[in-house]
Design a protein around this ligand. Structure first.
Ligand code: GDP
Ligand code: MG
Length: 441
């Protein structure tokens, strides 16, 4: 599966200081496959991967990350950026009534979404909402919205199958104005496939009511149909946003990227079920992780970025480069950095390939021991930290007493530190966090 394959490439790339064509190739290939598997349209995949390659090339890799992880992080950030950063709310600040028009293919989830949004606007914003159905083609369409409106407790504006959609829409806006209601949501008809008559009709409705929001509703499972529909509706109407429905199904989120790519419009909400409360604001990071299908690796990378003191990492990197010694103060910094990252055990759980660590490694380096190690180092003088060789019998006793430990604890730390220094030397050539952890046993 994908995350296994990624783990393998991530491992292969461990310990290289800069992203190059060479060390990115495999990971990029996996990213391309992940996007295709997630149902992102082929031209979108290509454009995206090209852009990533360009952006990543030559970038330096934080010492806390491997090049593979660094690239995954770039891919993730770029996905999020492409999908429009933070989620956009609806703009209902217009002079009331604020009119919202819904467009999309039949079965995409328009009517359901009208009810969901009506409920949300009423409950979250305390606004009065009126809904109406301009779907005069499907026999039960008007009835469906009437029931839903009743269920979510909003006003329903009557319409009949022998009326023109434009007149229904105008009538609803007029009624809302007279009754001083805040928001009008207008449901429309869709066809199974894009056709000219449907486009002309929705354009006429749009022109008649001048909505503040024109939302394109699209089924996230619809694959290429979703992309085609997005292109057609975006060309016909000045869309202000997208609602991606059926995100609760097994769609892997690729539609989000494709639709965003072809329309350039923000995805504002996700439909995550049939019930009226199954609507969520869109969170690009969640979809990005879903598309990449490697949540745990991403969590690790993010935590590394959040907590790793960048300057400290750079300071260390500088030391490695110059071949200077790794001293006990650096060791302590590393330990504290790991503690800030949620402790070594949570770190280990998230690392790919942790099963390969020698048996017992996880237990031997537990969080309590890490705290003890830090305490011991704190009880040393600066000179002792820089040159641990001077720590002999009487110093050991003093340090043990000062840190509330035993002399054998101090001995163990010195031994571990000695091993650590050796691992650090290897890290300079190639290795990484996992190896470093293995070396701490
Ligand atoms: P419309 O033709 O565009 O108005 O689509 P409908 O609102 O009638 O929805 C079509 C079908 O999709 C209905 O069975 C809905 O219950 C279902 N549906 C709509 N949105 C979602 C969603 O977010 N998740 C799931 N699982 N089903 C949905
Ligand atoms: Mg409908």
């Amino acid at each position: 599966n994908l995350s296994q394959r990624l783990q393998a490439t991530v491992k292969r790339l461990r310990g290289q200081g800069r992203l190059t064509e060479e060390n990115m190739r495999e990971t990029l290939r996996e990213v391309r496959m992940a996007l295709l598997e997630a149902d992102v349209a082929v031209p979108v995949v290509k454009a995206f991967v090209d852009r990533i390659r360009e952006r990543a090339l030559g970038q330096e890799v934080l010492t806390s990350l491997t090049p593979g992880q660094a690239l995954v992080k770039i891919v993730h950030d770029e996905l999020v950026a492409l999908m429009g950063g933070a989620n956009d709310a609806l703009d209902l600040a217009a002079r009331p009534p604020a009119v919202v028009l819904f467009a999309g293919l039949q079965g995409s989830g328009k009517t359901t979404t009208v009810a969901k949004l009506a409920r949300r606007i009423r409950e979250r914003e305390g606004k009065s909402v009126l809904v109406t159905s301009a779907d005069v083609y499907r026999p039960a369409a008007i009835e469906q919205l009437r029931k839903l409106a009743h269920a979510v407790g909003v006003e329903f504006h009557e319409s009949r199958a022998d009326q023109r959609p434009v007149d229904i829409a105008r009538g609803a806006v007029e009624a809302a104005r007279k009754r001083l209601l805040d928001v009008v949501l207008i449901d429309t008809a869709g066809r199974l496939h894009v056709d000219q008559a449907m486009m002309e009709e929705i354009k006429a409705v749009h022109a008649a009511i001048q909505p503040v929001e024109t939302l394109f509703v699209v089924d996230s499972m619809a694959g290429q149909d979703a992309v085609n529909a997005a292109e057609a509706f975006n060309a016909a109407l000045p869309l202000t946003g997208v609602v991606l429905t059926k995100a609760d199904g097994d769609a892997r989120g690729g539609a989000a990227l494709s639709v965003r790519h072809v329309t350039g419009k923000p995805i504002k909400f996700l439909g995550v079920g049939e019930a009226p409360d199954a609507l969520e604001p869109f969170h690009p990071e969640r979809i990005a992780s879903r598309i990449l299908g490697m949540g745990d690796v991403l969590t690790l990378v993010e935590e590394a970025h959040r907590t790793a003191d960048k300057q400290q990492a750079e300071k260390l990197a500088e030391k490695f480069r110059k071949g200077k010694g790794f001293d006990l103060e650096d060791f302590r910094d590393q330990l504290q950095q790991m503690q800030r990252m949620g402790g070594i055990s949570s770190l280990l759980e998230k690392l790919p390939g942790v099963g390969e660590l020698p048996a017992g490694a996880r237990d031997q380096v537990n969080d309590a021991q890490m705290k003890r190690l830090v305490a011991i180092i704190n009880s040393m003088t600066p000179r002792e930290r820089r040159a641990p060789d001077v720590i002999k019998g009487s110093r050991k006793r003093r340090i043990a007493a000062g840190s509330g430990t035993q002399v054998q604890d101090v001995n163990r730390l010195l031994k571990q530190f000695d091993q650590m220094q050796r691992v650090m030397k290897q890290m300079r050539k190639g290795g990484g966090l996992q190896r470093m952890l293995a070396g701490m046993r």
